[in-house]
Design a protein around this ligand. Sequence first.
Ligand code: HEC
Ligand code: HEC
Length: 687
Amino acid sequence: MHGYRLGCSMSNILRLAVAPLILVLTSATADALDWIEQASRPGPDVLPVGQSRFDQLFLQADGRYRIPYPFGQLIADLEARLDNGDNPTVRGVFVPMGRSLQRDTPAPDYFRYPRRVIAVDGEPVTRGSEAGLVMEYRLFIAHQPKTESLEVISYNDTAGRFEFQVVDDYAAGGSPQARPANRLMCMSCHHNAAPIFSRTPWSETSFNVEVANRLVAALPQRYSSLIGLVTLDAGVIDVLAERANYLSAAQTVWQRGCASSACRAEILRAILQYRLSGESSFDWNSSGFERRYFDELSKNWSRNWPQGLALPGSRLADRNPFTDSAIKIEQDPLLPRPAQATWHTVDMTLARGIIYRLAGFFTASDIRALDRRLLSLSRERPVGDYRYATHCRVQSRNNSIHLLSCGEQTGIDQLQAQIEIEMRQDRIDSMRFHSLRLPRDSNLLQPVVVSLSHHTYRLEIEPGHQSGLSQRLANGDRLESIVLEWDDSLIDGESRLEVRISVESDILDGAIRALHQLHDKDGKSLAAGVFRRQALLQELMPLLGMQPLEWQTPLNGRQSPTRSTKKPIAGALALLEPYCAGCHGDDSRQPPGFLAGKDPLARIRQCAPRMLRRLRAWQPGNRPGHAPMPPPASIAFSGTSAADWPRSDHYRNLMTGLEALLPESQRNSWKTAAYDDLPACFAASDG
Ligand code: HEC
Ligand code: HEC
């Protein structure tokens, strides 16, 4: 995983947590802030462009899905496609009693059919010139074993957004199909159009020992102990979900913060510098970065988002299913949440943060190939180089370990180094850089010693980076060699350190300039639109004379969402259509499809007491036990607002219309009974 700095505004979270609920309902969404994503602006369920990552992995040329089964097999399949060094690639937790749409599906056998959520981490395994698919924090799957179904959230690179899908019939011998989900409905909880996850200590997951114990008790043939069940994966999924959430912020800056291709070219340059440096730095002091990117971003920011821009939160309040058996209103994912981050103006932290986020669109193998290519180009047609030199003094720790201090330790604009040397029988056996600082490069380097060549009174060191890349400076220049020279004894006399740097930034900058010129002709990758790794590499790599990568060709198996045709409803209840049908019009059990089926009126009558309670929950002074409907975060979708809706004629007429449907016995009880004692929206007999 990349070493991003994670932004999380704790004070914001606390402020909202203590705000009275009614304020949250009416004002949190109504301020003048612009939100990067909004539950009420879901966009189309299916786009004409691109594919979800899940489809790229499992959709076949014949339009069918081949999804490994059982779920363990699906995990093994993903593992085979990923490499994360010594760390696991697929991270998973169980959420037997959660807050997702599937939460009541296994009732009452919550622990025998626990929902499992997985997220992936690590680099794609690639062979030869395969481009591979960036998977980490771009694929999230939830499995419900009782109904043999999957919920999927995965990234569409071409569209630059996450797609929501549902897989039914994920069973032995089944023919599973992934269908596009109702995005408006999914986003009524996933306000951020991305994954959501509870905050630490993730008490509703198997990270909670009590939850894990109950799983062991319910599934003794699968789990004999807590080993393997109580892992740190919940924390990793939390971070992966948060990174996934920031993708929309990064895309927004690329697409709307930069108005010109020059600005986007500058972003790309910074990203490549950052990745080539082994994710330690990039040249953010350069005039190009300031003028073409930072200044333009600042200008567009005040024009596009004068009141500021907010990133919706991916983190939900923690909930312990044993102590909070009913979901408390402030834990309900349907309710508005504090922003993950709010930016009123652009500062360097934000401008740089965007570079770190966008940098994650490239794979390690993309960067290794670029690194090698810059190196070989510098040898084919020699580029310039420059050197720095200074003197060193020795401090001996003992007979074999010596510390070389090179350069004045006070000046900042000088070559400085701290090197540990191990001698064996008067010969240098090994050496290690504690630090290396170059003039005009703010970063403290720690090159690894790739090889040492011994000469009389001289030692040549080939430096590298611990990630296997070359050791580069913030601007992309490469540390070519380091030479240590002395007169008669390295340990007892004076020595001199010289660092030689190959000006490969010229090659990189030249390629980016050429890419920008390409843009003026027919280049596409820097055009206004989504940040796309494939488009960028396909144009950039030939400019550096690199072999093209093999990209997976998109398959055309896209399905249009299936919406049942609804019977029109007469009278006041026709108002259900504009305010409820967006989420309750599909023939589903959860949320109840009371506007679907052959006889919607019968379903409405069955559900009316609960509908009334959900409507009444909007009234001020009425501390609701359950989320009001339509959900406050989504209400603008119906063309009204949280402030207007409960005072509107439509609202009153709908209440009256529903009340009129009730039999005498329910006329009062709908108001007073415990919510869970009201008739369920689906009668037990209703298929
Ligand atoms: C009622 C609220 C709610 C709705 C509606 C909802 N989800 Fe979720 N979803 C959750 C919660 C809460 C979690 C995190 C905890 C969990 O997985 O149990 C979650 C998690 C997920 C995950 C696992 C990755 C993650 O975000 O942590 C996937 C995948 C997912 N949902 C897909 C969907 C899809 C697809 C839809 C629409 C069909 C949908 N969800 C609608 C509440 C909801
Ligand atoms: C933007 C999507 C959306 C809209 C619009 C919406 N709902 Fe819902 N509704 C949901 C979701 C999601 C759930 C399930 C919540 C959960 O599982 O916690 C739900 C649950 C409910 C329930 C609870 C069912 C139960 O089993 O207790 C009722 C009743 C309900 N909605 C009524 C309405 C009414 C009436 C309207 C229109 C006035 C409406 N909803 C509009 C998304 C929506």
